[in-house]
Design a binder for this molecule. Structure first.
Ligand SMILES: Cc1cc2nc3c(=O)[nH]c(=O)nc-3n(C[C@H](O)[C@H](O)[C@H](O)COP(=O)(O)OP(=O)(O)OC[C@H]3O[C@@H](n4cnc5c(N)ncnc54)[C@H](O)[C@@H]3O)c2cc1C
Length: 317
């Protein structure tokens, strides 16, 4: 109920206008967001690199609704790729297709993505397409498969274990050797298409990750080399899910670099260090930019304690 309300608020313009006026909110968001500018994000990434983590940079700003904005997002991402290359920073990028125009012009979105992939390829880098609401899933997978079929191998996608259809999607994607990041899912979805109980989402997560690991073992999937991640990417802060995945991969004899664990910036740093100390590649998802509101409210929705902390500070002020 609370999660549903918060996810609604993350998408409501009136709430964004009100909440982003409070200076305190920006300070609270800084726990999850690396800064307003690329410079700040690069600096945060270098600090994480120094601790042995890879990064994936997310320029915040979803649901762009005009052509100029979508093209500007593609240019901004190209600039990020060049900056990573020039400064020898260990990070790729994660983007949302609604930033590139998916919400209003499918072809423009695909063109923008192809442009980014060309730049990424010239920089020997990798692009992850984040997954948004289920209404966008078909088109997101269609564009992903299309750009891959055009020869772009430096691109991966995300699957959400809360969706009931995800097992079929994972199997289809594995059939073409796709690079998948598995997550639980961060949006509000109707009960007919998504599991609502945590234990069902978790059980599906374990099942889908098992498929990915089985595939990696059967096909001797190549290890990641940092810049290009391995095909099996597990993105959760849920230690139980991580251990189940790690143990299954061990049983099947996968090397550590055939898996990658990913975490969000600022969440469970001790677990991030623990997995890196065990010798696994660990990548941190690093959001930055001024459009932090929806991302921040989704993080509040995931954990009631974050919300109470935020509200109690707000009241104190
Ligand atoms: C690298 C990465 C990329 C992602 N990309 C996408 C995407 O493309 N599409 C999408 O829908 N979702 C994405 N997500 C978000 C994901 O779907 C979940 O909403 C989010 O990861 C919380 O679920 P969890 O797996 O950590 O498990 P949970 O069961 O929610 O959490 C497990 C534990 O982690 C800690 N934790 C979790 N969230 C928080 C938080 N916000 N603040 C503090 N502690 C927390 C708590 O200790 C909690 O008990 C991504 C997540 C990661 C890590």
């Amino acid at each position: 109920m609370l999660r549903t309300l918060l996810i609604y608020l993350s998408q409501a313009n009136w709430a964004r206008k009100m909440v982003t006026q409070w200076r305190f909110t920006r300070a609270a968001a800084s726990r999850f967001v690396a800064g307003d500018t690329l410079k700040e994000a690069l600096s945060a990434t270098m600090q994480l690199n120094a601790k042995g983590f890879w990064g994936t940079l997310d320029l915040l700003g979803e649901n762009v609704d005009n052509r100029e904005g979508a093209i500007a997002s593609a240019e901004a991402y190209s600039a990020v790729l060049h900056a990573l290359e020039n400064e020898n920073i260990k990070a790729g990028i994660s983007l949302k297709l609604t930033q590139l125009g998916l919400g209003f012009d499918y072809d423009l979105c695909q063109e923008n993505l192809i442009h980014i992939l060309e730049v990424a390829s010239a920089c020997n880098n990798f692009v992850r397409i984040d997954m948004e609401e289920s209404a966008l899933l078909e088109n997101t997978l269609r564009i992903f498969k299309r750009v891959r079929a055009m020869g772009n191998q430096n691109v991966g996608v995300v699957i959400q274990s809360y969706l009931k259809r995800s097992e079929q999607d994972v199997l289809d994607l594995l059939d073409i050797g796709a690079n998948i990041r598995m997550v639980k899912g961060a949006y509000r979805e109707p009960a007919n298409i998504a599991y609502s109980r945590k234990r069902d989402v978790d059980a599906n997560f374990d099942l889908l990750v098992r498929h990915m690991i089985d595939y990696a073992a059967l096909n001797s999937s190549s290890p990641g080399d940092g810049k290009i991640p391995p095909t099996t990417v597990i993105a959760t802060h849920d230690e139980k899910r991580i251990i189940i995945a790690r143990d299954h991969a061990r049983e099947l004899g996968l090397t550590k670099s055939q898996l990658e664990f990913q975490f969000l910036y600022g969440i469970r740093p001790n677990l991030q260090v623990k997995m890196a100390n065990e010798g696994y590649p660990v990548r941190i998802y690093i959001p930055y930019g001024t459009q932090w509101y929806p991302y921040f409210v989704r993080r509040l929705a995931e954990r009631p304690a974050n919300l109470w902390f935020f509200l109690s500070n707000l009241v104190r002020r």
